[in-house]
Design a protein around this ligand. Structure first.
Ligand code: 8Y4
Length: 296
C-alpha cells in the first residue's frame, strides 16, 4: 500500500516521490533563452524569479546556463559557470528549494555542486563528458538521466526510431546501469524521456502515451512538456499561447506515471498536478491503480 512512497536522494536531502507530484521550476540564466530573453541574467533577478516559483509551489529549481534549443551552439564552460554559479550560491543562501543544475559539463556540475546545488540535470545522460559520473558520485548528488537522439545541434535533423517507447526505455535502463556501475547510488537517479530532444512531434506523442511503460522501471520519472513546440504545432499556438496545452499534457503525464514535471508556469502547473494527484489518491483508495514497483 505505502510502497508508492519512495525517496529520491540528492546529497544530504531526501525527497519523497510517487504520491505528490514534484514541480521543478525552470530558471534560465542564458541571454538567448526561448522566452525570458536574458531577463534573469542578474543573480538578484534570478533569485527573485526562483523565490516566486517556490512561493507558487516549486519543490525544485532547475538552473540552466546553456541553451538546449534545437540548433543552439555550445557555450564555453567558463561562460556557463559564470552564469550558473552565482545564481546557485544565491539560491542556496536565500531559499530551501532543491537546486538542480542543467549542464552536460563536469566542470560546471562540480562548480555548481560546490556552490550548493543538489542535483545534476544532464540532458546527455553522462555521455558527453567522461568526468561527469565521478563528479555526481563524489557529491552523492541527485542525477537526471535524459534521453536524446543526437546532440542539441543536430537532434532535429531526422529523428528516427522503429519503436520510440522501447528504444527510449532501453536507453534509459542502459544509462541507469552505467551510472550505477560508475558508483552512483540508484536512489540518486531519476529518468526522463527527453520530450523534444531528437524526436518528431509524433514521437513525442507516442512517448507521452507510453509513459506507463517507463514509469514501471521504478525510478522517479521526470517529464518536460512546458511550452514545447509539439504542443504549439498541434494547437497552432506561439510560445506565449501554449499554457493550456502544457497543462493538459502535464496532467495526462502525471496520471500516466510522471512524478516530477519541469515547467515554466509553476502556479498553474501545481494546480493541474494537484488535480491529477487527487484522482490518483482516489484510485489508490479503491485499489484501482497499480503502483507496484517492477524492475523489468
Ligand atoms: C519554450 C520554452 C519552448 C522552452 C520550448 C522550451 C528538458 C530539460 C529542457 C526536459 C530535462 C525547453 C534542459 C527545452 N527540456 N531537461 N531541459 N527534461 N531533464 N524548451 O524535458 O524547455 S530545455
Amino acid at each position: 500500500m505505502s510502497d508508492s512512497l519512495r525517496s529520491w536522494t540528492c546529497r544530504d536531502r531526501r525527497i519523497e516521490w510517487g504520491e505528490r507530484t514534484l514541480v521543478m521550476g525552470v530558471l534560465n540564466v542564458t541571454p538567448d533563452s526561448f522566452y525570458d530573453g536574458g531577463v534573469y541574467a542578474d543573480p538578484h533577478r534570478a533569485v527573485a524569479h526562483a523565490s516566486e516559483m517556490i512561493e507558487d509551489g516549486a519543490a525544485l529549481i532547475d538552473v540552466g546556463g546553456e541553451s538546449s534549443r534545437p540548433g543552439a551552439d555550445p557555450v564555453p564552460a567558463e561562460e556557463e559557470m559564470a552564469r550558473v554559479v552565482p545564481v546557485v550560491a544565491a539560491l542556496r543562501a536565500e531559499t530551501h528549494a532543491l537546486i538542480s543544475v542543467d549542464t552536460t559539463k563536469a566542470v560546471v556540475a562540480r562548480a555548481a555542486l560546490e556552490a550548493g546545488a543538489h542535483i545534476v540535470n544532464d540532458i546527455s545522460a553522462l555521455r558527453f563528458d567522461p568526468d561527469m559520473a565521478s563528479v555526481v558520485r563524489d557529491y552523492g548528488a541527485g542525477l537526471i538521466l535524459m534521453h536524446m537522439q543526437g546532440t542539441p545541434r543536430t537532434m532535429q535533423a531526422s529523428p528516427t526510431y522503429a519503436d520510440v517507447v522501447r528504444e527510449v526505455g532501453d536507453f534509459l535502463k542502459e544509462r541507469a546501469a552505467a551510472a550505477e556501475a560508475a558508483g552512483i547510488d540508484r536512489a540518486c537517479i531519476a529518468l526522463d524521456p527527453g520530450i523534444g530532444f531528437g524526436k518528431t512531434f509524433d514521437h513525442n506523442w507516442a512517448l507521452l502515451a507510453g509513459l506507463p511503460t517507463l514509469a514501471r522501471f521504478a525510478y522517479p520519472l521526470l517529464v518536460g512538456v512546458s511550452r514545447k513546440r509539439f504542443l504549439g504545432a498541434l494547437c497552432d499556438r506561439e510560445v506565449d499561447g501554449r499554457l493550456p496545452a502544457s497543462l493538459a499534457a502535464l496532467t495526462v503525464a502525471v496520471r500516466a506515471g510522471a512524478s516530477i514535471i519541469r515547467v515554466h508556469d509553476v502556479k498553474e502547473s501545481c494546480d493541474a498536478a494537484r488535480v491529477a494527484d487527487r484522482i490518483s489518491d482516489e484510485e489508490r483508495k479503491h485499489g484501482r491503480l497499480d503502483t507496484t514497483a517492477s524492475s523489468s
